[in-house]
Design a protein. Structure first.
Lengths: 114, 112
């Protein structure tokens, strides 16, 4: 069985500061990992995905994540936060990209302080 | 492309009534997923289809829930009878083979 743990239900950073959202996974097979963003009253939008290629994955809006097998982690980072980054962020795992359902973490609400 | 289309966007109903949620996947996609989002349980996979065939419905909470995909461009999720604990946002997503899942805007269901 797969599972995802996101540490911190709320993360607050100042505008221009580093964003770090933590995600740890558990999977019995090599995982495919995803970060999605959800803005208020909207659906989920893919930020980036890891599918067993490069361990450092770059996504949209300046976000990136690094797959670390030894730490079973897939943390999301952005060097400089913008006000428009305020949203809910979800980490998800699948054992096959796209073909199977996703198992999501509980989500992290990112707050940007002016 | 119009993206994944869900209807209605909002549904308010009374306990015991039948509720039908609808989804139109992105044209050409062959996998369709139904998820439910609640504050308590987060995002949960309910069921998914591949080439219109249900593959895994282990996430469907109970027999009151049923889902169909009569063709490649339409799916329904039905709750009968509805209960207040079914109140949630229901998302539909579609994908092509092993590619990314694209999510619809969701249907916010309130059962009074």
């Amino acid at each position: 069985a797969q599972s995802v743990t996101q540490l911190g239900s709320h993360v607050s950073v100042s505008e221009g500061a580093l964003v770090l959202l933590r995600c740890n996974y558990s999977s019995s097979v090599p995982p495919y990992l995803f970060w999605y963003v959800q803005y208020p009253n909207q659906g989920l939008q893919l930020l980036l995905k890891y599918t067993s290629a490069a361990t450092l994955v770059k996504g949209i809006n300046g976000f990136e994540a690094e797959f670390k097998k030894s730490e079973t982690s897939f943390h999301l980072t952005k060097p400089s936060a913008h006000m428009s980054d305020a949203a809910e962020y979800f980490c998800a795992v699948s054992d096959r990209t796209g073909a199977d359902g996703l198992t999501f973490g509980k989500g992290t609400h990112l707050i940007i302080q002016p | 492309d119009a993206g994944v289309i869900q209807s209605p966007r909002h549904e308010v109903t009374e306990m015991g009534q039948e509720v039908t949620l609808r989804c139109k996947p992105i044209s050409g996609h062959n996998s369709l997923f139904w998820y439910r989002q609640t504050m308590m349980r987060g995002l949960e996979l309910l069921i998914y289809f591949n080439n219109n065939v249900p593959i895994d419905d282990s996430g469907m909470p109970e027999d009151r829930f049923s889902a169909k995909m009569p063709n490649a461009s339409f799916s329904t999720l039905k709750i009968q009878p509805s209960e207040p604990r079914d109140s949630a946002v229901y998302f539909c997503a579609s994908s092509l083979a092993t590619d990314t899942q694209y999510f619809g805007p969701g249907t916010r269901l309130t059962v009074l």
